[in-house]
Design a protein. Structure first.
Lengths: 184, 184, 184
């Protein structure tokens, strides 16, 4: 079952994603939760934010039920590697992964990357929970790099949403079902 | 029947608007689709974006069923001219039209423009599909011109939504019905 | 009954909040409407906007049924002071109040402020209508202060939404119920 949790900054996306991961785990405690963290520390402020975020998040799971994977770029490979019915994979978040891709490989074909990633999730046996930011509902940014980021993020969200079973939009900590069903 | 398709950048608005235009056409193939493009090339990056956008879009229709109109400013006149029950009019998009109005006639009375445009659609016999961006859900911009744009865009969206039969909000390529009904 | 009206710039939040205040008043005309304005004039453009906003808003109520309170900072105290079952309190808006807090007391503990404010509303006997901006659905801002504002605004919205009976999301002047019920 593929789930996409989409929303703005501080809308409660990660929180909801964890509640969902826990609910899937409680339903079958022989499963294992894999927390894929895509954030990469570029500066000190970001490092502080990331560490705080991860500590807050991981503290909510029991230590032997969750494994942390730091995956700034090779998300496809990691998903293939962890693709077993007994795994619950929480990817937090797609937007930072895309940001890393744009930072390290701006010349790659993003339509390709987007398509291969969304095709991949069609063949997953693990439960996957993707967290992603919606960034396109503000004013169009003045600089070209930001505009490109908005474009690529929107395309990626559409592609992942298309191949997800459930799409949840978070707003002020409240979940809205855009597609499929709400479990928690 | 007046339809407003609203959403963020790369949310699938144009795509949904075309699917709707096609569905209305398939329902009565004696009708004609009029694609009103409001974008105007200001720089090279924009020109490239616009041409790619139009080529992608128009390629989805059969050549003899769709007519392209480039209307950066005189939208009201064009809607009146095309106002016949046999016409399906797709306006892509209101936000760029508003941008052009602010660029060429910043001193005009925008409350007037907004009211006359929304009043006009009350008297249309053609099927109309408006595409428009929601731009007010990010942080309030620092410069006055951007703030004004956010204000005018929000007012225009409210006025058009009020006089539309159906209002659809696109998010990650998924349609949500805000008012009226979803046809496709 | 606690209500949170959330939405982007020019989405119709204040308008909806007033319609709700009026409906609650019409239901029991012995009640009194208290309009808490949190905006504070920092520059001339802002002063102009604020005065126009307030004039437009207050003109919709009868003079003897509404009282204006200018409360840029001490919102908690004012809510406690006005906390009587016969009062309808309209707070327009939480986002400007937060902005004032960040401007005058950036060093205070915002988690504390957020928690004490959301706890407070659990104990209110008055009808309260909070207006608040969603600002987290655009691109992440480049400067640290704006990022912090987005973070704190998101956290505040989540906390208030959690303790509200009804949460309404405004988009293009159309209300969507996120939680509880829609009255008007």
């Amino acid at each position: 079952m593929i789930n996409l949790i989409i929303g703005g900054a501080r809308s409660g996306k990660s929180n909801y994603a964890e509640r969902l991961a826990k609910a899937l785990f409680d339903n079958n405690t022989s499963k294992m939760i894999h927390y894929i963290a895509t954030a990469e520390c570029i500066d000190q402020e970001m490092e502080q934010r990331i560490n705080q975020h991860r500590l807050n998040r991981l503290a909510r799971f029991k230590q032997n039920t969750v494994e942390l994977h730091e995956v700034p770029l090779e998300l496809g490979d990691k998903l293939k590697q962890l693709n077993q019915p007994n795994n619950i994979i929480l990817v937090d978040c797609l937007t930072l992964w895309l940001n890393n891709q744009l930072y390290y490989s701006p010349e790659q074909d993003f339509a390709d990357l987007c398509e291969s990633t969304s095709n991949l999730i069609n063949n997953l046996q693990a439960d996957v929970i993707f967290v992603s930011n919606e960034v396109g509902l503000g004013i169009i940014p003045h600089n070209e790099i930001s505009r490109r980021f908005v474009d690529e993020a929107g395309r990626l969200n559409q592609a992942i949403a298309k191949n997800s079973d459930n799409v949840i939009f978070m707003l002020a900590g409240i979940e809205q079902c855009l597609k499929g069903a709400v479990y928690v």
